[in-house]
Design a protein around this ligand. Sequence first.
Ligand SMILES: C[S@@+](CC[C@H](N)C(=O)[O-])C[C@H]1O[C@@H](n2cnc3c(N)ncnc32)[C@H](O)[C@@H]1O
Length: 294
Amino acid sequence: MAYLQHELMKYVLGGRLRFAPLVDPKMILDIGTGTGQWPIELCGVPPNVQFVIDDADEDDWLYAHDTFDYIHTRFLLGSFGNFAEVIKKGFNYTKPGGWMESQEIMSTVYCDDATMPPDWPFLDWTRIGDEASMRAGKPMRIANKLKRWFLEAGFVDVHEEVFKMPMNPWPKDPHYKYIGRISELNWLDGLQAFTLASFHRILGWNQKEIEAYLVPVRRAIRDRSVHAYHKAHVPLVPQTILPDGKQVCGVGPQALPGRSRTIPGDRDDHGCDVIGYHDADRDIDTDGGADAVE
Ligand SMILES: C[S@@+](CC[C@H](N)C(=O)[O-])C[C@H]1O[C@@H](n2cnc3c(N)ncnc32)[C@H](O)[C@@H]1O
């Protein structure tokens, strides 16, 4: 599941792990790193990559302010009570001239051609999942607010790209068809895990109720007649305020290649340190709740 999500997001971003144009970075932080596939692919294996257990919700992180050249988050919807606060902390822990980038999926399901009926089972599942996350105090609908939160945190020159991720291979376009194919596999593979944690723990459904409920949801995921998709939001910003208060010119990526289909996966081979941050309490869950994306 985690592997599929990783490949899916990479493909959606044109084969890239990041957009930030890093030049000889020394310290990178991946908040909520999960399996650590992202930092390992970016920078290799230990000692270049260290995994640190800490709660990013805490006021103080384990590092000094202005430590990181680049802070990255991905798939952290439903992980934090106040993601805006995490971004504010990110601002403080990013070096002047450094970058912060989020790659987050909106839990809302979209459709542009009225093929999605209002009682579509997957839509219902999304609504109930969102309600559960709100009750738990960890909202999932964060992606479309990221740009505003980056700006409110003090970042300037926030550049945001939004990518469409079809639910299944309904599109004709081969690029989107391929995204849909991985997406469908990911949803079918992960649906039970995505559901059990929140529907059982927060809403009190029992396993039998959940299994029965998921039957039409699985059918909906495979339904090519419904042209549904999700959106991935990728705000990216340089932390441009210098210690003396001057601003570096707000350089963003000149041409974001996410829309291109031919960008090869890239890799930083400059021996930077990557820190993968995760929360041990959540990772020891055995029912799959820890890594539930939706
Ligand atoms: C869905 S996974 C995302 C994995 C990874 N970012 C990726 O893209 O594959 C969410 C991760 O966030 C971590 N997490 C959740 N709350 C956290 C917190 N308060 N502090 C640090 N990590 C947290 C969980 O432990 C889990 O590893």
